[in-house]
Design a protein around this ligand. Structure first.
Ligand code: SF4
Length: 246
């Protein structure tokens, strides 16, 4: 964390004149970049998952917290973290207005991506775990967009059905403490992602593993396969059980 709440709220453009100087949506997050040459182009909303007094990832575990990509790669740069914190604070301070801006940006991205012949895919929780079905502006946004683009995300919230009516594709993320929930998702035919420490195994606990490192589009996952990821950043040293070492 590089900004306090007080510091963030004093940033020009945030307050009374209403001008916000940062876009909410971006295609430059490393998690979203592996889309060149694919039928889809990913755009995402990257909010820092914790701002003073508020957690935006209520289902975190000790292990994922220690391995969190919020401070890996570009996130290790203070300027990148500052942007993510400022976005989160802006979003939380006026969600309806933030969603209005996100809607405007989504329309511009949609036009740009459609012109290339690709389909737009949108991740609204690149680093956070906001339930967009739980607030009015969020539901409005999902109603507007769900049948035009591919909405998708990873989640640690075990409630697997909450976004089904918007065809919002969710992949459950395994941690060191939620394997029983993973099994419920697997039984329901829904994808589960597992982070491995080394090369991906062929299978894990009797379930086949699909390489999920080449792109981010889990809605293309093979049914019945675990989605295998490789640990990055601090995860390469994880010993909490979050990262699977074979
Ligand atoms: S990995 Fe996800 S849930 Fe865990 S701390 Fe980071 S943002 Fe939160």
């Amino acid at each position: 964390m590089t900004l306090t709440l007080d510091q963030a709220l004093k940033i020009p453009g945030h307050q009374s004149d209403g001008r916000w100087d940062l876009p909410f949506l971006s295609a430059s997050n490393p998690k979203l970049l592996k889309t060149a040459g694919l039928a889809h182009q990913a755009v995402g909303l990257t909010l820092y998952p914790e701002v003073p007094g508020v957690s935006l990832c209520g289902f975190r575990s000790i292990g994922c917290g220690k391995s969190c990509l919020k401070s890996s790669g570009r996130g290790a740069m203070h300027s990148t973290t500052d942007c993510r914190v400022r976005r989160a604070i802006r979003f939380l301070s006026d969600p309806a207005r933030a969603v209005e801006q996100i809607d405007n940006e989504a329309r511009r991205w949609f036009t740009k991506i459609s012109a290339t012949g690709q389909e737009m895919a949108l991740r609204l929780n690149v680093l956070s775990e906001l339930d967009w079905s739980s607030f009015e502006a969020g539901r409005w946004f999902l109603d507007r967009w769900h049948d035009r683009i591919n909405l998708y995300d990873y989640t640690k919230n075990p409630d697997m059905d909450r976004l089904d009516r918007w065809r919002y594709h969710l992949t459950f993320s395994r941690t060191e403490r939620n394997w029983s929930d993973c099994l419920k998702w697997i039984d329901a035919g829904k994808p589960v992602a597992v982070v491995f420490g080394q090369a991906l195994p062929w299978d894990y606990l009797g379930l086949p593993v699909q390489d999920a490192t080449s792109h981010d589009f889990r809605f293309l996952a093979r049914p019945g396969y675990l989605q295998g990821l490789i640990a990055l950043g601090k995860g390469k040293r994880d010993r909490t059980g979050f990262v699977v070492w074979s």
